[in-house]
Design a protein around this ligand. Structure first.
Ligand code: ZN
Length: 150
């Protein structure tokens, strides 16, 4: 797939691509957004439902595209479940930082879990948009939600 990415990391990415988690849209959804990466043709539709304390209780998505875009979105769904919107946004920011070269601390790598497998994608600039697609879509969904609940 990508020359130079660690084999173990490729395994994690391929596993999520073959068996994406949290498939199927949440209805009715409190948050939803669609993302499209024209450079690669990747698409992600993200929906989520909040519990009474404002945490992401249900996450559902549909998408198609390259392994990196779909694996990143799948891992994201697993990571954000149970998180508050603030916590989810902090993860978006952290992952964006990683894509522009931020070296993860042990603590941060812990927070990102399997997502750390995508760290090496930053060495392939044309694929960074693929890795970030699900995350930008999440950010859009959170912003829309916050705008509508003001
Ligand atoms: Zn892609």
């Amino acid at each position: 797939m990508l020359q130079g990415l660690d084999d173990l990391y490729q395994e994690i990415i391929l596993d999520h691509h073959r068996n994406p988690r949290n498939q199927g849209l949440v209805e009715p959804a409190d948050l939803s957004a669609k993302g499209f990466n024209p450079f690669c043709g990747d698409q992600v539709v993200l929906t989520a439902g909040l519990d009474h304390s404002g945490h992401l209780a249900h996450v559902g998505m549909e998408g198609q595209g390259c392994a990196i875009s779909q694996a990143s979105a799948s891992i994201m769904g697993e990571l954000i479940k149970g998180k508050s919107l603030e916590e989810a946004e902090a993860l978006v920011e952290l992952f964006k930082q990683v894509m522009v070269g931020h070296e993860l601390t042990v603590d941060e790598a812990d927070q990102l879990g399997e997502l750390a497998a995508l760290e090496g994608v930053r060495n392939f600039p044309v694929r960074i948009k693929c890795a970030l697609l699900g995350w930008s879509t999440l950010q859009d969904a959170i912003r829309e939600f916050q705008k509508s609940s003001d």
